[in-house]
Write a protein that binds this ligand. Structure first.
Ligand code: HEM
Ligand code: HEM
Length: 188
């Protein structure tokens, strides 16, 4: 009997692999919260400066920002501990590129969270969670520093969107062109 070629054996092996439920949930929650955070910033950009609506959307952004920090912390702890890790889906240069993009996304999100938190702490507004509690600032107000940090935060938001877009395109390429089941690893 003919044995299937090595490439198709590898494809079948990938299609049978799945991340665990918590890894999947945390991945898709991250996507949802990042898109929400970015969309809020686009919408408040349309509201007049100093308006109550703009202020409310910024407070909502900060609250969802704290949600993102909690999700990321859990994701990193879970991945470092019992979370399932799968063998790379690519080989050679593509494998290195995928690794760089995945680690790059973790690093960008971490830096983005830090800039957001410190930006808020140097502002006159509280780092508050849906009006339930606020994490007090250890710093005095510094408008120039706040503006500087938020301007870098703004640039990194664009970089995250581009890198995540490339990452999503790679997943879709695996799905529709290579048909090797990599996208299904992240789907229940
Ligand atoms: C990937 C996640 C995030 C994205 C895409 C994002 C995006 C943005 C964008 C585009 C702005 C507008 C910048 C400007 O006005 O020049 C902004 C502002 C801001 N973000 Fe984020 N952000 C994210 C995460 C966070 C997190 C985790 C926090 C921290 C809690 C945070 C706190 C802030 C603050 C304090 C501002 C300034 C709001 C103001 O002007 O009062 N962001 N963000
Ligand atoms: C804000 C958007 C996104 C972020 C921040 C993000 C982040 C990540 C990260 C950090 C990983 C690496 C997991 C690990 O090994 O620890 C990953 C894996 C993955 N992501 Fe995303 N992702 C995003 C959007 C998407 C979208 C839209 C898709 C699908 C169209 C997708 C599909 C996948 C798949 C299939 C994997 C597993 C890849 C593999 O096992 O080789 N992601 N994502």
């Amino acid at each position: 009997m003919d044995r299937p070629p090595a490439a198709s054996q590898a494809t079948t092996a990938i299609a049978q692999q799945r991340y665990d439920r918590l890894t999947m949930a945390l991945h898709w929650l991250t996507v949802l919260v990042v898109v929400t955070l970015w969309s809020l910033a686009q919408v408040w950009g349309l509201a007049p400066k100093g308006s109550a609506a703009r202020h409310a959307m910024q407070a909502l952004h900060v609250s969802f920002g704290l949600v993102l920090i909690a999700i990321l912390t859990l994701r990193v702890l879970w991945r470092a501990g019992p979370g399932r890790r799968l063998p790379p889906a690519d080989t050679g240069l593509l494998q290195m590129a995928a690794k760089a993009v995945h680690w790059g996304l973790y690093a960008l999100l971490g830096v983005q969270a830090g800039l957001g938190v410190f930006g808020r702490w140097f502002s006159e507004d509280p780092l508050a969670f849906f009006g339930l509690f606020a994490i007090p600032s250890p710093f005095a107000r510094d408008k120039a520093l706040e503006d500087g940090l938020i301007s870098i935060h703004d640039t990194i938001a664009t970089i995250i969107l581009i890198v995540a877009g490339l990452h999503a395109a790679a997943a879709l390429w695996h799905h529709y062109v290579r048909r090797d089941g990599v996208l299904r690893r992240m789907l229940p």
